[in-house]
Design a protein around this ligand. Structure first.
Ligand SMILES: *Cc1c(COP(=O)(O)O)cnc(C)c1O
Length: 237
């Protein structure tokens, strides 16, 4: 559920975000074209999602399987990513519905994705989720284990690793996340420089509504925005 969002409010949000992306990209020597804006559409209804797509949002992401399934047929167009924690027994439900799974946080999950992808004759693009803050409560590989995990996952036949994803710790001041974003970028580059077979480091997915400008300044090229686009969610999901 969301507070009612008017078309006008969405348009204004989108315009402001577009401008912010351009400025932040420039600060890191890039252009807005280098940055993918993904709309995190949890709690957003299908009509609003389709409106956003009509206005130029070309990537969307859901973080819950049930919610994705309930909206998927109603949404028209857009590249679709899965961005939340995924239980292995639910992989089969979304395998043919998404283009990328951004939140691969265990070898077990990667194996199941490869297995299900093979069944439907597909190569699934994935990102490896990194627990950059080393938090107990967060999913993902700790930075120290990420390279090793990639070396294992890349051996799976029906998976293509495309990069890394992270959700840094919740901070009072978004500037505090700058160091986590820097750490992520360094890890991303270090792994990219290893040129591991059958995996590419093209995408660094980090930055949400409160900190996307900083994330872009520090090297993100995919940001995931919910609140900044659609307004505040009444229920935290
Ligand atoms: C909800 C969500 C976002 C967007 O969060 P906002 O703070 O509302 O921009 C980004 N990534 C993931 C994985 C999410 O679940």
């Amino acid at each position: 559920m969301m507070e009612k969002l008017s078309a006008k409010e969405f348009d204004a949000n989108f315009l402001a975000i577009t401008e912010n992306i351009k400025n932040a990209a420039k600060k890191s020597g890039r252009s807005a074209d280098d940055i993918i804006l993904l709309a995190a559409t949890k709690t957003v209804d299908v009509d609003t999602i389709n409106y956003a797509i009509g206005k130029g949002i070309s990537y969307i992401g859901e973080n819950k399987v049930q919610e994705l399934l309930s909206k998927d047929d109603g949404v028209i167009g857009a590249h679709r990513h899965f961005i939340g924690h995924l239980q292995t027994n639910k992989v089969k439900d979304i395998i043919s519905r998404v283009e990328m799974i951004e939140s691969v946080d265990s070898l077990k999950l990667a194996k199941e994705i490869s297995k299900q992808a093979e069944k439907c004759g597909k190569f699934m693009e994935i990102l490896i989720e990194v627990n950059i803050g080393g938090e107990e409560s967060k999913w993902g590989f700790v930075p120290e284990n990420t390279l090793e995990a990639i070396e294992e996952i890349t051996k799976l036949p029906n998976i293509k690793i495309k990069g890394l994803m992270a959700i840094p710790p919740v901070c009072e001041n978004s500037e505090e996340n700058r160091n986590y974003f820097r750490k992520m970028y360094k890890l991303f580059i270090d792994i990219r420089d290893k040129n591991i077979d059958n995996s590419s480091m093209d995408i660094l997915s980090m930055g949400m509504s409160d900190d996307y400008k900083i994330a872009i300044e520090e090297g993100a090229n995919l940001i995931r925005l919910g609140t900044a686009l659609f307004g505040r969610r009444i229920y935290k999901i």
